[in-house]
Design a protein around this ligand. Sequence first.
Ligand SMILES: NC(=O)c1ccc[n+]([C@@H]2O[C@H](COP(=O)([O-])OP(=O)(O)OC[C@H]3O[C@@H](n4cnc5c(N)ncnc54)[C@H](O)[C@@H]3O)[C@@H](O)[C@H]2O)c1
Length: 256
Amino acid sequence: MKKLRLGLIGVGQMGNRIIQLAPERGHTITAEFKGNFPFTEERMIQAKDRVDVWIDFSHSTVTEKVVAVAAQYNLKLVIGTTGWYEKMDEVAKVTESSEAGVIWASNFSSGVYTFNKIVDFTASIMSKLRAYDVSIHEIHHNEKRDAPSGTSKTLAETLLKHYKASGLKSKIAPFSPGNTELNKDTLYISSSRVGQVVGTHEIMFDAPEDNIFLSHEARSRNGFALGAIRAAEWISTRKGFHNIDDFFADLMDGQE
Ligand SMILES: NC(=O)c1ccc[n+]([C@@H]2O[C@H](COP(=O)([O-])OP(=O)(O)OC[C@H]3O[C@@H](n4cnc5c(N)ncnc54)[C@H](O)[C@@H]3O)[C@@H](O)[C@H]2O)c1
């Protein structure tokens, strides 16, 4: 495996975990943008020649600017930051217009990737059963800024694909306490923020007779950090705009 020089945009909970785990895979951190030395376009450009792959776990307001620099200088970038997805089309277009390599995921853990596949399969059955309603609940630590979580939105899209086909649900919305009227054709995502919870996602299929409950609970941030490091290794030899499916397809084939 090629030893990489990694540049970190954001050194919080996730960035620190990457600093701990990257050396175990032979990589070195050669640039860090954080609280007292934040990301700016100029700083990223100045550091570009000492970084093989950039990893962004910062804030949604930063991501679009990071991608613009990556595209301008044909850099490699892993985007772990969530909350920027309404800019997805623009970010994809900017990347594709260059020789840059960008991979993004709302969740880099292989467990969550597998969970999404389980949800996909389950929804293919449950969406045909009118008796069962469906909802998502996500729980995270009390410092998480965005809600609903990026992962819950990805899971919601997976469910909606099947529920649209069966005509039972047509859209996704966050559930806010105080909603007086719930639409039966909306797939709701509710959120809790409490203590140190790393990330829990629950899907409930509820009928008058019983309840089917799927859940994924992250035990630490190591799964996300290790996935992001492996994604950095993967994107280091590729170009274009990729989601997690492209990366995990190779991982599961044993190619990575
Ligand atoms: N894709 C995944 O697998 C995954 C997993 C966990 C968290 N996340 C997402 O990653 C992001 C970061 O999560 P976290 O738990 O590390 O948060 P955090 O708040 O602990 O860390 C974010 C860091 O980014 C820094 N930051 C903010 N603006 C910056 C700027 N302009 N330049 C440089 N640094 C800046 C902050 O100072 C902070 O240290 C969030 O969007 C979160 O939802 C994604």
